[in-house]
Design a protein around this ligand. Structure first.
Ligand code: GLN
Length: 240
């Protein structure tokens, strides 16, 4: 099969995603799943139109949203997600943009693409200097190793699932794909980090139908396991 995956390249870590997508596709093509693969940077509706699937990188969601609005990309993106229902994966800022609602937005709010029936809380763990790397369990990576280095930089969490149970029919429920256990919201500085082992944990990855979102940044690691998994899911969804 041939497969074209776009990475929204308005701002943020798009180049890193392109690199990891190519690495992941190499793995899959050696198993003969993909014959021709392209990972392309997407800045225009025309480029988006060539994509079978799309990644929205981490960066600054207010900036990405502003540029998308100014360049006429917002509506084509909404159509891609909600009408064509093509596979889409947002990391960090990308997940914020895909959420139906976001908390802690700048004054006046920000335009979201939406589609993912969750409310996210931006900057949940605090400021840039409170960034951290934490091993997280990603059961969906099985049978590969399921422990993954989660890079959290001013990361959002999924604060609430908005979809009513079962109202969207099978396959469209919001699935929790990963939880960061035992950690509460940080106070002031990193020294004040509160860790409560009894806390159920923060939801840091979800999927709803064609939409996948992660709070953390796989593109800032050299570990292509999630990209391999997601491309596999894309191939399944496209039925090729
Ligand atoms: N806090 C950023 C935002 O709101 C996201 C940070 C990131 O993508 N690393 O867009």
């Amino acid at each position: 099969m041939s497969l074209t995956v776009g990475v929204l390249a308005l701002q943020g870590g798009f180049q890193e995603h392109v690199t990891l997508l190519r690495k992941a596709a190499d793995r899959l093509s050696s198993a003969n799943a993909i014959s021709a693969f392209s990972a392309i940077e997407v800045r225009t509706p025309e480029q988006l139109g060539r994509c079978d699937a799309l990644v929205i990188p981490g960066g600054e969601s207010t900036t990405i949203s502003l540029i998308a609005t100014q360049t006429g990309m917002m509506e084509p993106l909404r159509e891609f997600v909600k009408t064509s229902r093509k596979p889409i994966w947002g990391t960090c800022a990308g997940m914020i943009l895909l959420a139906d609602e976001a908390n802690a937005t700048k004054k006046g709010g920000q335009e979201l693409i939406g589609g993912l029936a969750v409310r996210v809380r931006r900057n949940h763990f605090g400021r840039q200097i409170e960034s951290f790397v934490s091993d997280i369990e990603l059961p969906f990576l099985s049978p590969l190793s399921t422990t993954y280095p989660g890079v959290f930089i001013r990361a959002p969490i999924v604060e609430e699932v908005l979809a009513g149970e079962g109202t969207e029919g099978p396959g469209e429920r919001v699935e929790v794909m990963a939880v960061l256990p035992g950690r509460l919201r940080r106070g002031g500085g990193a020294a004040e980090e509160q860790v409560d082992a009894g806390h159920a944990g923060d939801v840091v990855a979800v999927r709803q139908g064609n939409i996948f979102g992660t709070s953390f940044h796989p593109e800032l690691t050299s570990d292509e396991r999630i990209h391999v998994w997601w491309l596999g899911e894309v191939i399944l969804a496209l039925g090729r």
